[in-house]
Ligand binder design. Structure first.
Ligand SMILES: *[C@@H]1O[C@H](CO)[C@@H](O)[C@H](O)[C@H]1NC(C)=O
Ligand SMILES: *[C@@H]1O[C@H](CO)[C@@H](O)[C@H](O)[C@H]1NC(C)=O
Ligand SMILES: *[C@@H]1O[C@H](CO)[C@@H](O)[C@H](O)[C@H]1NC(C)=O
Ligand SMILES: *[C@@H]1O[C@H](CO)[C@@H](O)[C@H](O)[C@H]1NC(C)=O
Ligand SMILES: *[C@@H]1O[C@H](CO)[C@@H](O)[C@H](O)[C@H]1NC(C)=O
Ligand SMILES: [Zn+2]
Length: 589
């Protein structure tokens, strides 16, 4: 054999070996304010990680994200510089070296105990936390684990807490939003008894995680005791706390993204915040709404020429949908201090407009008045004091020149603790239907403007909850990205079990355990047009009569079990993440 052929062979072997890489996974919280001290949140070995892209033994992937992220569509300036840093490295040595280089000091999450829980902050924990698994998808080493912890549920509200968590889970995971991903998850609920009921409206109350709002605004909700939340979440065991979430016993909008996804039990908006912030975690994307700061990931493109979602385009010819923003304001202004008005210019060249506002504490009929260019806009309150969205549209563009939109409150706030506020005002103009497809199912290049008014592109008009807060679905591009991100970590095959005993005919029983996708989904979780295809390959030849069997009687030889996930939600799979295989040997008799 020549040296060249040898090289090619070695490379081929390396490629095959790399399909599944071993990875050392580290996740830690780093506080630049506190001399780069770090808290290690996760330190685990992943035997079948698939996120690596090269054959370099020193490869490591890392991501650094804000530990506290401005919650959905609220435009808060957060003061913390703390980061959540995640590393996937091929060797433990390089993972540890990276950690040492990033952290001046390191500490672990202390195990939960009654005494540690009282030492960090002045919180008295009255009872042992109660842990329930709401959705049991399988082995937590091969699943994504979401942990809901309740704050502000007192001793008589334990049952209510579990009912609320069941409802949120049903809405999100059995409802539209994450329905197709349900088999990838474990969902946990942990009850910790609270002295006070509810969350603080201006600084924390006596609750375990000390959640609080600022000045009663339906906006950010901050955790006052993150250290304790980490200890409680760790009660789920190794690899059981991938995405901690704290749910306030409160009926109104608000939350936070980042290390902890924070939301409330609000029947109207609890899941609105949750699904959006979890979306940021489950698929590594920035925003699709205007006026944000981060536009990155599979759903964002700098130019029409560089769209990453060509396989999803409704029309083959790429085009920029013709639209322009007129108002992108987040005043969060208390209307008891006076009316608010906004002026904008139009160039008179568009054919349609859409105005979207959100207000709080305006559940009373006829309590607000909205005026656009001297014309009072028709408005009917939803009857709720929560942060509510209202919209108007027109099928004529604005004339060239200056225009004015204003809002005033006719009565006082209907809620003693929540100011009546105009939270957000978004106004856009569009070309006619031949220039701008309004239909939310159309995938094209829709312009988005960031906080500095720099333009990027998103896949749909308002067909993604990363833009449209009241929408329950992600766009197909985000959905596809989510599958990729999950399947880097979660293997379609849990394991292959080969029986220890040989049957009289010389075969052994072999069973493959898979994610419950396709025809194996649980009743009520069916997704039409989806299959999980199973092939059994003996000494390089597929045994076609065994196709799609979970249990086979295998003759002696070298076997491969190959599982392919056939779903309409993925169109592009360059890293072959939809196929997983495991080798096994059936010894001769
Ligand atoms: C819990 O809060 C509710 C509502 O505020 C109250 O009616 C109930 O008495 C409280 N239970 C305890 C044990 O404090
Ligand atoms: C609103 O409340 C203030 C004081 O709480 C009161 O003086 C005022 O008359 C009220 N306004 C209306 C329109 O009810
Ligand atoms: C946002 O989603 C909601 C719910 O699906 C829908 O009714 C609304 O029309 C969408 N917004 C736009 C601008 O299409
Ligand atoms: C088969 O043998 C393995 C290793 O000796 C053992 O761990 C496993 O429990 C056995 N399985 C059965 C079904 O007996
Ligand atoms: C996936 O399913 C579709 C329709 O059910 C079928 O036409 C297609 O051949 C399948 N693809 C693979 C790779 O099995
Ligand atoms: Zn999207």
């Amino acid at each position: 054999m020549t040296a060249d052929i040898m090289k090619v062979l070695i490379l081929l072997c390396a490629l095959v070996a790399q399909i599944y890489g071993q990875a050392h996974h580290l996740k830690f919280h780093q506080s630049p304010e506190e001399g780069h001290s770090c808290i290690i949140l996760e330190n685990e070995f992943l035997p079948r990680y698939r996120g690596f892209e090269t054959e370099d033994e020193n490869e490591f992937k890392f991501s650094s994200k804000a530990a506290m992220k401005t919650p959905t569509d609220t435009m808060i300036e957060l003061r913390s510089d703390a980061k959540i840093i995640e590393v996937f490295a091929k060797t433990e040595k390089s993972a540890q070296a990276f950690l040492t280089s990033m952290c001046k000091s390191q500490e672990k999450v202390l195990p939960f105990s009654q005494s540690t829980s009282t030492s960090t902050q002045d919180v008295v924990i009255n009872a042992d936390p109660e842990i329930r698994k709401i959705i049991d998808g399988g082995d937590q080493a091969n699943r994504i684990d979401v942990v809901f912890m309740g704050d502000g549920y007192n001793a008589s509200q334990r049952d209510q807490f579990f009912e609320d968590m069941e409802r949120l889970t049903t809405e999100m995971f059995n409802g539209e939003t994450f329905r197709s991903y349900l088999p990838v998850f474990n969902i946990w609920a942990i009850y910790v008894e609270s002295v006070d009921t509810g969350i603080g409206y201006d600084g924390p109350k006596d609750t375990p995680f000390r959640l609080y709002r600022e000045a009663g605004q339906l906006r950010g909700i901050f955790p006052g005791n993150s250290a304790f939340a980490r200890q409680v979440c760790a009660l789920t065991g190794a690899s059981g706390c991938d995405y901690p979430s704290i749910i306030g016993n409160d009926d109104f909008y608000g939350g936070l993204g980042g290390e902890f996804v924070i939301s409330t039990k609000s029947a109207r908006t609890g899941t609105v915040v949750l699904r959006h912030e979890m979306g940021h975690n489950f698929v590594d994307v920035g925003e699709e709404y205007d006026n944000g700061q981060v536009y990155s990931g599979v759903n964002a493109a700098r130019t029409v020429a560089s769209l990453g979602w060509t396989s999803w385009l409704t029309n083959e010819a790429k085009r920029e949908e013709r639209a322009m923003f007129r108002l992108l304001q987040y005043p969060w202004a208390d209307l008891s201090e006076g009316s608010q008005s906004f002026t904008f210019l139009s160039d008179g060249s568009y054919s349609r407009w859409y105005l979207l506002v959100s207000v709080s504490a305006a559940g009373e009929p006829d309590s607000l008045e909205f005026v656009l260019d001297d014309e009072v806009l028709p408005w009917t309150s939803t009857g709720f004091d929560d942060r509510e969205f209202y919209s108007w549209s027109g099928d004529e563009g604005f004339s060239a020149g200056s225009h004015r939109f204003s809002v005033r409150s006719k009565t006082n706030s209907t809620h003693p603790e929540i100011p009546r506020m105009i939270c957000s005002v978004n106004l856009h103009e569009f070309g006619d239907e031949s220039q701008f497809s309004m239909d939310n199912n159309v995938v094209s290049a829709y312009p988005t403007w960031d906080i500095w008014r720099l333009k990027s592109f998103r896949p749909t008009n308002a067909g993604c909850l990363m833009r449209n807060m009241t929408h329950a679905r992600f766009c197909p591009v985000c959905q596809e990205g989510m599958w990729s991100q999950f399947l880097e970590r979660v293997d379609l095959i849990d394991n292959v079990e080969v029986s220890n005993t040989t049957s009289p005919d010389g075969t052994r029983e072999v069973k493959v355990n898979t994610l419950k996708l396709g025809q194996f989904r649980e009743p009520g979780n069916e997704v039409p047009g989806e299959t999980l295809d199973i092939k059994w390959i003996l000494n390089n030849a597929e045994q076609e009569e065994l196709r799609d069997q979970l249990i086979i009687n295998a003759q002696p030889g070298n076997w491969v079990c190959e599982v392919h996930f056939n779903t309409t939600e993925v169109r592009s799979d360059p890293r072959n993440l939809l196929t997983s295989s495991q080798n096994f040997v059936v010894p001769p008799v």
